[in-house]
Design a binder for this molecule. Structure first.
Ligand SMILES: *Cc1c(COP(=O)(O)O)cnc(C)c1O
Length: 357
């Protein structure tokens, strides 16, 4: 097998999806399965689909296009606010998008009328995280304008948390969203059936902390890594290790732990601070910062410790690892979200998908 490799256990992804879908169903919430961390990979998307989601969502229209080409006919939602330059693709390829600009809604409306479809739009509201969304006091006014546009249907309100501002979703904030939706329904006379209450950060609120009326969550990390993104608790029964990274040792030698010489900066402009632990067994693995965000990696071998990385090399102290290691040995790593997305995007890392990996 070529290394480095990310192995993807599709069965574990399906199982994790089932757990998320079931937990949400009990609270009256349907799940948009988010595929962006895997670049819209059809095998991963299919594993998520098999877990029972009603929608797929992705932030990139290219990924949605890729899934359409692969034959997916499940409804799909564009998660990032559409660019004006892409509205034609958006209405052609996705049934729904998240929108916060009237100008974008107008462009979607025209593009949808041109090809004779009705495109669903979720109006995003900012409840404090300060990424996308209109301010709450503008909701009724803007909702009315959206409602007047032909070719699009104002399908509900949505919110995002824990992305820019790190703001934690709460019952109070979601009650505010439900209340705004009810008022917007009255104002526009539209059913606005969806109240989209956020991403994996909202999972700890399910079921008891979710106010009645919230009926959709958009879940990526919770499915792929089996955790909420606030307390990082593993969902009961979920697999944290559907993805793992496998790298090959290219040097294994005993060396002092303290660099020898006058210290300037490392390859990335930082001054290294190193504790002198004497002579240690050090492994160099053939992977580096050009391949993956190394800060989200955890070695599976007990006792192994990541010392650092440069563009092409990952350095580990393996003195305390019990099993026999040598040049050519493979070491395995669990991945957090940052490593997962960067690794899945890297053309230098082979991806192997299957069951029971
Ligand atoms: C990425 C994204 C999600 C999913 O986020 P996770 O933390 O992976 O669940 C949901 N909504 C929007 C708008 C997103 O961009």
């Amino acid at each position: 097998m070529p290394y480095p490799t990310i192995t993807v256990d599709l069965g574990k992804i399906t199982r994790n999806t089932e757990i998320v879908v079931e937990k949400c169903r009990e609270a009256g919430i349907s799940v948009v399965g988010v595929t962006k961390a895997c670049c819209g990979d059809p095998d991963v998307a299919n594993a998520i689909r098999l877990g029972g989601v009603e929608w797929l969502g992705d932030s990139r229209i290219q990924n949605i296009a890729h899934l359409r080409t692969a034959g997916f006919d499940i409804p799909m939602c564009l998660l990032r606010l559409p660019m004006l330059s892409e509205v034609r693709e958006v209405v052609r390829l996705a049934e729904m998008s998240l929108v916060s600009e009237l100008e974008t809604a107008k462009a979607l409306s025209e593009a949808a009328l041109d090809i004779n479809v009705c495109h669903k739009v979720i109006l995003m509201v900012d409840l404090g995280d300060l990424r996308e969304g209109i301010m709450p006091q503008n909701v009724l006014r803007i909702a009315k304008k959206f409602a007047a546009l032909k070719g699009i249907e104002l399908y509900g309100l949505g919110v995002n948390f824990a992305c820019y501002g790190g703001v934690v979703p709460t019952r109070t904030k979601l009650e505010q969203l439900v209340d705004l939706t009810e008022r917007a329904r009255k104002e526009t006379g539209l059913p606005m059936p969806i109240v989209s209450g956020g991403n994996s950060a909202s999972l700890p609120l399910v079921p008891d902390g979710i106010p009645p009326g919230v009926n959709q969550l958009r879940i990526g990390e919770g499915i792929l890594l089996g955790r909420d993104t606030i307390a990082r608790n593993l969902l009961p029964g979920a697999h944290p290790d559907a993805f793992s990274l496998n790298c090959e040792i290219i040097e294994l030698q005993k060396k002092p732990s303290k660099p020898d010489g006058e210290i300037a900066t490392d390859a990335f402009g930082n001054v290294p601070v190193v504790v002198d632990k004497g002579i240690r067994k050090r492994a160099i693995l053939a992977i580096g910062r050009h391949d993956i965000i190394v800060e989200g990696l955890t070695p599976v071998d007990k006792g192994a410790e990541i010392l650092g990385a440069s563009s092409d090399h990952l350095l580990l102290d393996v003195t305390n690892v019990k099993r026999a290691l040598g040049v050519g040995s493979i070491m395995k790593f669990d991945m957090q979200y940052s490593s997962l997305i960067s690794g899945m995007m890297s053309s230098y890392i082979t991806k192997v998908m299957g069951h029971g990996l």
